[in-house]
Design a binder for this molecule. Structure first.
Ligand code: NI
Length: 200
């Protein structure tokens, strides 16, 4: 049987373990300029305007990256998809996964839709103008920058922080999962927020 590990300590543990290896540069703790990170924003998707406010009543899992990312995004989205895949249909109705592309020049809505649907049908891909994205990134402490790749068909990569954000049905940023957080931790957090009435 699964032994219950208090989520808080589990998160601490994985935060402290996430120090080395291939993705070290992605393990930076988000630099938060605001005292209260998070907040509402509006971007675009293939379905039209995407406003975080529209998802009140749902748990939102938010991740920032780009579709051509060679390893970091696929790893994170696979972990998120694994957690989503463990949810029942009823639970899944209360959850929305959101992938924010910080590479709008290459990530058209079509590219984004194809990309996220590969991982899980619950995911929606959104993006915006460079200025809009910079504003959202500032809210969440996301860092990203273009890195020119010589001798590569990709042209450039985008170095970016890799944190998965959990936003409560009240629109409050509740958890930030560092890169390499295992899916069961994210799953426990989703279920915790779904079952706990945090507003009372
Ligand atoms: Ni990436």
């Amino acid at each position: 049987m699964i032994r219950w590990i208090p989520l808080f300590f589990t998160l601490l543990l994985f935060t402290s373990l996430a120090t080395s290896d291939d993705a070290a540069r992605h393990d930076r703790t988000p630099e938060l300029s605001a005292e209260q990170p998070g907040g509402d924003f509006t971007l675009q998707s293939s379905r039209g305007e995407f406003a975080l406010k529209q998802f009140r009543g749902k748990v939102v899992l938010l991740y920032f990256g780009y579709a051509k990312c060679p390893d970091v995004c696929p790893t994170s989205l696979a972990v998120l998809a694994q957690a989503l895949g463990e949810l029942s249909d009823d639970e899944l109705k209360m959850v929305q996964g959101v992938f924010v592309s910080v590479d709008p020049d290459r990530d058209s809505f079509q590219v984004l839709d194809d990309y996220v649907s590969y991982f899980h049908p619950n995911l929606i891909g959104v993006t915006g103008t460079a200025a809009e994205l910079a504003e959202v990134a500032e809210l969440y402490g996301v860092k990203y920058s273009k890195v020119d790749l010589e001798d590569s068909a990709f042209g450039y990569a985008v170095d970016h922080s890799s944190t998965t954000y959990l936003i409560t049905p009240d629109g409050e940023l509740r958890f930030m999962f560092p890169h390499h957080t295992p899916s069961f931790v994210i799953l426990e957090a989703i279920r915790y927020v779904l079952t706990a009435d945090l507003s009372r």
